[in-house]
Design a protein around this ligand. Structure first.
Ligand code: AMP
Length: 401
């Protein structure tokens, strides 16, 4: 049977999905993840499409992403003997200015994408390591890269640029925006489940270990909180979010920090972890009773509220807010704090629906609807890979010209 494998590598995790490629909208066969890569306590779990556990390994050491991928591929081969992998779909965080749609990878394109590793160091090098490993393991399979930046590539110019001399824009110093696979899934979900909202003004808050927000107008991204790198906008688990560039000058000039040290500070030691001094994990912060943990949550929700107002202004009003990502889908506290006192914009929360994690958590008379939608980046990747297998890839802007 023909299969599509999807790979989605984060800084210390690897998610994967196995899909049945013989059906047009490929159904999920199995999915799983490797956690805590690089630690002695890593774990691997695989479950069937209905959630039934199929395999679990660990806690034990998983050396690096290559090791993780090797283990995943061996498990998949053992669990599904005889399944031919015809396509591998990869989440690639940064596609730069040229990629506005998924692309079939060649070794040369994969090598070129390494240029963007410095702008997404927690993801891009691992994404590309996955590409190389999958090319070696499945030499006959089509390898499809799906970019988190692609969904935003048609941003209006004002949302695509910084106020630097134009030469930098031409060199690719632009506001790309990320989490595009998640936003594409949400836009597709709205098109099916709530067509009126899909054609309206929607702000999606993807709140997970990485966090950003996106303004959707008629299902298209017209603004997002992330920019050139995966650092800007909202504070995240370990990333700082919006920062006055003067802080960087201060860190270099006055604190004598190198680029590598600043990278480490901004990507790995800031955000919820830096503010709380405790953890990047929202569950731990909610459970902790320290002033620093409470302040970290307050800063997080304050920034989301601020960006919600800004993106509503970009949209010229607001019809719906969608929460997604690990925090957005599960944290009643964060959702309640974000929506508190938002009556001025027409948004009223139903506290009981919010407490119950219901799919719609706005009050009956709220003009702005508030939805909770579990995202599914793997499905978006699998769809793109299936289209390549069928010989009808998504058109790119250049192919439309
Ligand atoms: P993600 O990166 O999308 O997997 O999301 C990870 C984040 O979701 C972590 O900060 C988790 O603590 C958070 N999260 C997951 N489940 C819950 C929950 N039940 N309550 C609060 N936060 C949660």
């Amino acid at each position: 049977m023909s299969r599509i494998l999807t790979l989605n590598a984060g800084s210390s995790s690897l998610k994967f999905g196995l899909f049945d490629a013989s059906v047009p909208e490929p159904p999920l066969v199995a999915s799983g993840h490797v956690d805590s890569i690089g630690s002695p306590n890593a774990g691997i779990t695989v479950k069937a499409a209905d959630g039934a556990p199929l395999a679990a390994e660990g806690p034990g050491p998983v050396k690096d992403h290559a090791d993780a991928l090797d283990r995943v591929l061996s498990l998949v081969a053992r669990l599904f003997p005889g399944a031919a992998v015809d396509a591998v779909g990869h989440r690639v965080v940064h596609g730069g200015p040229d990629h506005d749609a998924p692309v079939a990878l060649t070794p040369a394109i994969a090598e070129d994408l390494d240029r963007f590793s410095p702008f997404a160091p927690l993801h891009q090098p691992h994404n590309l390591a996955g590409v190389r490993a999958a090319m070696a393991r499945f030499p006959g399979a089509v390898q499809v890269a799906c970019f988190d930046t692609a969904f935003h590539r048609r941003h209006p110019w004002e949302n695509d640029t910084f106020a630097l001399p134009r030469a930098y824009y031409d060199k690719g110093v632009r506001r790309y925006g990320f989490h595009g696979l998640s936003y594409e899934f949400i836009a597709g979900h709205l098109r099916e489940a709530a067509p009126l909202l899909h054609s309206g003004r929607v702000v999606v808050a993807h709140l997970g270990n990485g966090a950003s927000m996106c303004a959707l107008l008629d299902g298209r991204s017209v603004g997002s909180t992330m920019g050139f790198s995966a650092l800007d906008g909202l504070p995240m688990g370990t990333r700082c979010g919006q920062l006055d560039p003067g802080v960087l000058l201060y860190l270099m000039d006055q604190e004598g920090m190198s680029a590598a040290e600043i990278t480490d500070l901004l990507y790995r030691k800031s955000g919820l972890l830096g503010l709380s001094g405790l953890s990047n994990d929202m569950r731990r912060l909610e459970a902790a009773d320290t002033p620093e943990a409470r302040q970290a949550i307050s800063y997080f929700t304050f920034r989301i509220r601020r960006e919600l107002g800004a993106l509503a202004a970009v949209l010229g009003g607001l019809d719906a807010v969608v929460f997604t990502g690990g925090i957005g889908e599960n944290s009643r506290l964060v959702r309640a704090r974000v929506c508190d006192g938002m009556h001025w914009i027409g948004l009223d929360l139903d506290p009981d629906a919010n407490a119950a994690n219901a799919p719609e958590i706005s009050a009956k008379l709220s003009r702005v609807r508030v939805l909770v939608v579990p995202t599914d980046e793997e499905r978006v990747i699998a769809r793109a890979a299936a289209r390549h297998l069928e010989g009808r890839p998504y058109p790119t802007q250049r192919s439309l010209r």
